[in-house]
Design a binder for this molecule. Structure first.
Ligand code: ATP
Length: 366
């Protein structure tokens, strides 16, 4: 598959009085054209920081301390002239090196972002039609009034809003409708990539689902890639092609949704999946992950998950495991259990499950 984005050794710190918070640590990630990638992990593991860093939306005290984010524009589409001098020998653009003016050409046309609060970012004194037309006009000037109007109607139609709402003001719409408008604006310039960070958390569950289905459907229709963050892991499994599991600023596993659902390799991924009730499949006893994530200012040595891991052994306490293929599939895992130097036979999912049950049992007895 064609790479759209390559994140290489990206690290982000938040400078604080009592030391730097290492929110993203040396993350490598590839996103393919048209792919829906879910980011999952407990609260505070760095998902939003990673997504914001990719879009160059971080503000102090956040600091990108190392790494590159290489974006590959569609060779069949015209690259915005402002970005042409940034193309490297492989036709990639390092987003981290763009000037403010270049970033303005890059955002919306190539990459759009929808936040949890996007619906509240609409201008309260402009009708939603004017706001959509504003974006179209700014980036595609000189097309004529009728063109912009027609395109605004089409965009609203895509997100399931009737054309007569063009003249409505944000306060006249429900939260769900406003979030749909924010999505229509994100889609307006047909970007190659959309980043959505908890885009529906402020809405009720039924509307959340409808809107997330809608987004994933539209992205597939237009072959738009999507990086998608939500706390609802079962929804993430359903809508994403691939999922990256983050723990304490690192990606600890990357797999297709199917692989992850059937055979999570990292004990943390297993614990996370098992902490969510599923509506389908056999009934399983839910066992949470013991303990809590580490302080990102003072990380444990070795694998950051080892103090909570029911399968940790000596090497886990001393050596940081790299993210590597764990077998014949493309499933990547950062865990010594899959390193033949340490273990001849990697654990089965049933063995990981058993180790969690045994740990829970030991704790119960204590
Ligand atoms: N402005 C800040 N100053 C200091 N630390 C910060 C700041 N913003 C975020 N952090 C820390 O950086 C880490 C990563 O935060 P981030 O919001 O990226 O995590 P997340 O996985 O998106 O969490 P959530 O799921 O709760 O949104 C957290 O430990 C958080 O406390």
């Amino acid at each position: 598959m064609d790479a759209l984005l390559e994140v290489k050794s990206l690290s982000v710190d938040y400078e604080a009085m009592d030391g730097a918070v290492h929110a993203v640590k040396s993350v490598d990630l590839t996103l393919h054209r048209g792919e829906v990638l879910g980011l999952a992990g407990e609260s505070g593991c760095g998902k939003s920081t990673l997504a914001f860093a990719i879009a160059r939306l971080l503000r102090p005290p956040a600091m990108i301390t190392s790494g590159q984010v290489i974006y590959y524009p569609d060779p069949e589409k015209e690259t915005p002239p402002a970005l042409l001098d940034r193309l490297d020998a492989n036709n990639g653009i390092d987003i981290m090196k763009l000037s403010m003016a270049q970033l303005r050409s890059f955002r919306w046309k190539e990459l759009a972002v929808v936040f949890q609060s996007a619906m509240n970012a609409l201008n309260p004194v402009l009708s939603i039609g004017d706001q959509i037309i504003d974006v179209l006009h700014t980036h595609w000037p000189g097309k004529g009034k009728d063109y912009y109007h027609k395109r605004a109607v089409e965009l609203l139609d895509l997100v399931g809003i009737a054309a007569d709402r063009l003249r409505s003001y944000p306060h006249e719409l429900s939260g769900g409708m406003r979030q749909r408008v924010a999505i229509a604006i994100a889609l307006a310039l047909r970007p190659e990539l959309i980043i959505m960070d908890e885009p529906t958390t402020a809405l009720d569950v039924v509307v959340q689902r409808e809107i997330l289905d809608l987004i994933a459907g539209l992205c597939r229709e237009f072959n738009t890639a999507l990086i998608f963050i939500t706390h609802d892991l079962s929804l993430l499994l359903e809508l994403s092609d691939r999922i990256a599991i983050m723990y304490a600023g690192n990606i600890v596993e990357q797999a297709t949704s199917e692989q992850l659902y059937r055979q999570p390799r990292h004990p943390y991924s297993y614990g996370l999946l098992n902490a969510f009730p599923t509506l389908h499949g056999p009934r399983l006893q839910m066992i949470g992950i013991p303990g809590s994530p580490p302080d990102l200012r003072a990380m444990p040595t070795g694998c950051a998950f080892h103090p909570r891991c029911p399968m940790a052994f000596e090497a886990c306490r001393g050596v940081v495991p790299p993210l590597e293929p764990s077998g014949p599939t493309e499933q990547l895992v950062a865990c010594h259990l899959y390193n033949p130097r340490f273990l001849n036979q990697p654990p089965s999912t049933a063995q990981i499950a058993r180790s969690y049950s045994e740990l829970a049992e030991r704790k119960r007895r204590r």
